[in-house]
Every structure is written in structure tokens, then in C-alpha cells.
Design a protein around this ligand. Sequence first.
Ligand SMILES: *Cc1c(COP(=O)(O)O)cnc(C)c1O
Length: 376
Amino acid sequence: MVHPRVLRALSMPLIGHLDQAFLGVMNDIQTLLRGVFETNNRFTIAVSGTGSAGMEASIVNIVEPSDAVIVGVNGVFGTRWASAVERCGGKAIRVEAPWGQVIDPAAIEQALIRSGPVKAVAIVQAETSTGAWQPLEPIATLCRKHDALFLVDAVTSLGGIPVEVDRWGIDVCYSGTQKCLSCPPGLSPFTLSDRALTAIKARRSPCQSWYFDMTLIEDYWAEGTRAYHHTAPISMLYALREALRLVEEEGLPARFARHQLNSEALLAGLAQLGLLPLPQAGHRLPMLTCVTVPSHIPEAEIRMNLLSTYGIEIGGGLGPLKGKVWRIGLMGESSTEAHVLTLLNALEELFIRQGWLSTPGVALQAAARIYSRMAS
Ligand SMILES: *Cc1c(COP(=O)(O)O)cnc(C)c1O
């Protein structure tokens, strides 16, 4: 869901991307992005492209041929990141965990000790394919100790759970606009620490991607220079500014609490339907609820029915989880009590019709109990 103010911003008349007034839009975006990333990093921009562009940019700038990078792999996005490392001629050291679980910091430390010099450690904070919430602080500490850069994928997490770039010591962090920032897809918020910038400037070889070379892009975003590199996606930047203003108006603590409350209510309701979360307690993302679907339920059929009859779209499983889980997104504007109750009501109706549930109202009541507990 996208707020009407963001839709309106998308339709504003265009001006040149080097126009004085447009430079003001960019300044606003940089300031607002520093707020959501909780960073003072001067280098905080929006990369042209979706979340994967940020992922690609994080690797092509940091990794040179034969550099070793430890990548946490416990779902689709860690897998994709490791592939990006290898495409740059880097050595991807995969530290794996079963899908649905988080990466053990002790396993990262083992890899750091065993692998000799490691350029960077790359970790997905919110694995959208499994709903697992990866704690970052212990891994950040290890990166400092072993002098490795810390790369974090915050595509699904930014704006929904804390992403404290400065406090945790993250060196490269990127996101996407269409997850918890509730903006159409097309830009990737991106921030670099001074350590990361120093490493990029000390490269032995130029970044093999001209388009994503941050030493060139810096001249467009840096105040004072603002030199042409590539044409900025003007309408998308209008939209992002408006989406970030909405985040700022709500405030990060209130936004995180809203995501948490709606996910707790959803989980309470789903449990009454026999749908239990895949990740363990304490590692469940509030914006992406992944539940195991019992084998007697034809999961694809139910999802199709939800969409055609109720206008509700939920996600199926990816990779090894295909046909086994549902992934329910409650991101940004979509994280509302109304959405939670509408989905639970629809599932109750479908389950009663199939004979999988006998008492109507149990899921809705469980969710309502969470909401009334919070209200009192
Ligand atoms: C969605 C997502 C991406 C990729 O973003 P696109 O906008 O699809 O390119 C990367 N990482 C994570 C964790 C994601 O959820």
C-alpha cells in the first residue's frame, strides 16, 4: 500500500535533475534517509534501481578480484548476495543456516578465524524468504575485531524495525523503497561509513561497474559539486521524499511499535487456525510473517481464493519452502489492524467451508485480545 501523498508526489511536474530546486529535493532525501538509517554518514543517497541494485552496488564497490567475503546464507537473499560476490571475482565464504533460522555469530567467528584476511562480512537483517530476524550487534563486534567491513541488507527491515547504522557500526547498508518505506519500487537507499569510503578509494582496480561506481556517483550527490553522472529518476525521488516525510511524521519508535503490534495480533489469530510461525520466538520479523502450512491444506488454492474472493494477496514459499509456507507481508502502510482482521476473517471463512475449523470467530477473538491488551 502506498499513501495517497506519495502517489500525488509521483505525478508532480518534472524539472531538470540538475535544477536548483531539484537539488533541494535531494538534500531533503539525504537528511531524511540519515534519520531512518540512524546515521550521520555524509554518503547517504538513493541508488537508481530496486533493492537488488543496492545489493549489487554494495559488492561491486567493496569487492576486488580474489577478495574474500563471508556471506550469511539462510534464504533467497543471502544466496543472491553470494552469487554477486563471485560474479565480481571475489571468494564467497558461505556461512549457512537452515531456512527459517538465523546465522550463528559463532559460525561467523569460526569463518573469520579460519579464512585468513576477509574483506567484508555480508548479512541480511530481514530474510524476506523465511521471516527470520537476524541480530546484527554480535556480528558487528566480530567485524571490528577482525578488521572486516560490515555489509547489511536492510531491504525489508528499514522503516519497520531498528536499523542503527552508526551505533552498531555498519559500514555498507542498503534498502529498497517498496517494502516498509511504502513507496513504489525503483530506488535503493544506500549509506557508506567513512571506513567503507576509505576502502573504496584505496581500490587497486577501478570498480567494474561504471553505473554503480560510488566514487563517480558521489560527485552527483555531494553538495557543492552536483555534477552529471546519470539522469536521476526524478519522479521516483519526489515519491521517496514524500514517503520518508511520512515516516518522519509518524516517528520511528511509533512505526516499529505499530509493526510489532499488528504482527503479534496476526500470529495470535493464525495460531488458532493451526498456522505456526517458521522462525523461532525472538527471531520473527514483524513485517513478514512466515507460517508453516499443514500438509492437508492445498496452499496454492487457498492463496488464489484469498486473492480472487477477498482481494488479499499473500506470498507462497520460495526455493525449498515452496508449497510449505505462507509469507504474509504487513509492511509500512499495509501494517494495519484492518488488514490483520480482514485476513483472519477470510481465512476463518475458507477454513470453516473446508471443515478445517469448527468454531467461527476464534482467530478474530485471539487477535482482538492482543489489540485490547495494548489499548488498556
Ligand atoms: C526484496 C529484497 C531484495 C531485492 O529487492 P528488489 O527490490 O526486489 O530488487 C533484497 N534483499 C531482501 C532482503 C529483500 O527482501
